[in-house]
Design a protein around this ligand. Structure first.
Ligand code: CAO
Length: 437
């Protein structure tokens, strides 16, 4: 008698899977549990074993075709059994050493044929499961698409060692890259953050050891994670702040009487907040697992403060809705509390963007590290008077170097250049803040 093996329930939200390979041909003798096809979704690929035993009389699918629940896969001449149609079980439905279903099982639909066995997971569940075991033995299969496995092979990573960040532990190319980066850094890059044993530095002269402060440990951990997670690029630009500096000197007394200090940083917080409202991607986050971009509807700006205990980043909330005077007053209080170790943890959380101004100290440019899960950070170096060609001659102008690092997974170079150009224009023509900010 002929029975037809059909595609099982694929699971919620899985409409179809792609057939990658057909593993049997007409005339083959099929054993129960033997894989018949290999299918793939964007989540993973898996072999689908037969619940039938017999001789293949017809193959209904071909590589490259889409397979929906209930679609016929193969027809099999089953010895001593009436014609029937059964649903295939995905590989994960089988224990490591399964009892192959008796050929007679093909007489009935799976749900009723083996009532004592727990209902098998759907193929969709299987594809999302963190690990599954091949029916024929202990070979460990991992939830990763063939492209990801191929990539892991090419870069020499054992994919079974990689933790997946996707639903059900699905492994992405980013996970493989992060794993490789950690392995490389463990093998020979900056210690301290990675726990790699230091070589014997005392062999070359006297040394002194001090325990790392809590702030240093947190900084090391956060920056290592950001470095491992975010593929980042830095764009540089120069803003002519000659006019702005004149305004700053003119109005600093007014801000001082309000209790703040009118500084390059406080002005930049306001300018960046206005830019973030317009260029909302720079204020967003990447949810890789859910393949979504998360746009913040608020503008909270973190400001890196150098303290004797280490780097702290208090946050100016709703900076877009505050005046430069309000921001100056708030920043004065936040940086004083940071230096006095008086900041509460909530005052250092929730930023969507960070500004790091090293200009009070020096330097012409640097590449700040994106403060993940943010996607961009603005580094500011020391403003210096330089000759600039204006009209038909050189003029001495005060130029402020700006360095924007960004998460290239979300922000393209052109997005970053446009964002930075807006900031430069707002610093050079502050009226832009009133017009667009
Ligand atoms: N170019 C030229 N001068 C600058 C400047 C710049 N980019 N930034 C600040 N200055 C000037 C200020 O205008 C001020 O001069 P005046 O007294 O004439 O006004 C002077 O330098 C000192 O400024 P400040 O440090 O008191 O104030 P600020 O708002 O500019 O900076 C803060 C505040 C908290 C950002 C700063 O004190 C700080 O801690 N910076 C270090 C941040 C840091 O460590 N970043 C690295 C993080 S990654 O390791």
């Amino acid at each position: 008698m002929t029975s037809t093996l059909r595609a099982p329930d694929l699971g919620e939200n899985v409409e179809s899977v792609d057939v990658v390979k057909v593993l049997v041909a007409v005339g083959d003798t099929l054993a129960a549990g033997q894989p018949v096809i290999e299918v793939e979704t964007e989540k993973a690929s898996v072999e689908v074993p037969s619940t039938l035993a017999g001789v293949v009389t017809e193959v209904h699918v071909a590589a490259g075709e889409a397979l929906r629940a209930g679609d016929p896969i193969v027809s099999v001449a089953v010895a001593d059994a009436p014609a029937a149609e059964v649903a295939a079980e995905p590989a994960a439905a089988q224990p490591a050493a399964p009892d192959p279903p008796a050929p007679a099982a093909s007489d009935e639909v799976v749900e009723t044929s083996q009532p004592r066995r727990p209902a098998p997971p759907s193929l969709g569940e299987t594809l999302l499961a963190p690990r599954w075991v091949a029916p024929e033995g202990p070979r460990k299969l991992v939830p990763a698409a063939p492209t990801v496995r191929r990539f892991a092979r090419e870069v020499g990573v054992d994919i079974t060692q990689v933790g997946g960040s996707g639903p059900g532990g699905r492994i992405s190319i980013d996970d493989v890259k992060a794993f490789a980066a950690r392995a490389i850094s463990r093998a020979g890059a900056p210690p301290g953050a990675t726990g790699v044993e230091l070589p014997d530095l005392a062999a070359w002269g006297a040394i002194r050891r001090e325990p790392m402060s809590k702030i240093r440990q947190v900084t090391a951990r956060n920056l290592s994670r950001a470095w491992d997670t975010v593929p980042q690029v830095t764009n540089h630009d120069l803003a002519d702040i000659t006019g702005l500096e004149a305004l700053r000197q003119r109005y600093r007394g007014r801000v001082e009487s309000a209790g703040g200090k009118l500084t390059v940083t406080s002005i930049l917080v306001k300018v960046a907040a206005s830019a973030l409202k317009i260029h909302s991607k720079l204020n967003a986050a990447v949810d890789v697992g859910r393949k979504e971009i998360v746009y913040r509807e608020y503008v909270h700006v973190g400001v890196a403060v150098d303290t004797e205990h280490g780097l702290l980043v208090p946050v100016v909330r709703d900076a877009d809705r505050k005046s430069i005077t309000e921001i100056s007053v708030e920043l004065e209080g936040l940086s004083a509390r940071a230096r006095g170790r008086k900041l509460g943890p909530e005052e250092m959380q929730g930023a969507g963007f960070t500004i790091s101004n090293l200009g009070g100290i020096g330097g012409t440019a640097f590449t700040p590290i994106v403060n993940w899960p943010e996607v961009a950070i603005l580094g500011v170096s020391r403003a210096a008077t330089q000759p600039r060609w204006v009209g038909d001659r050189f003029e001495p102008r005060l130029l402020l170097p700006l360095s924007l690092s960004y998460d290239h997974r979300l922000v393209d170079g052109a997005d970053a250049a446009r964002f930075l150009a807006w900031i430069v224009e707002a610093l050079e023509q502050p009226l832009l803040l009133a017009l667009e900010g």
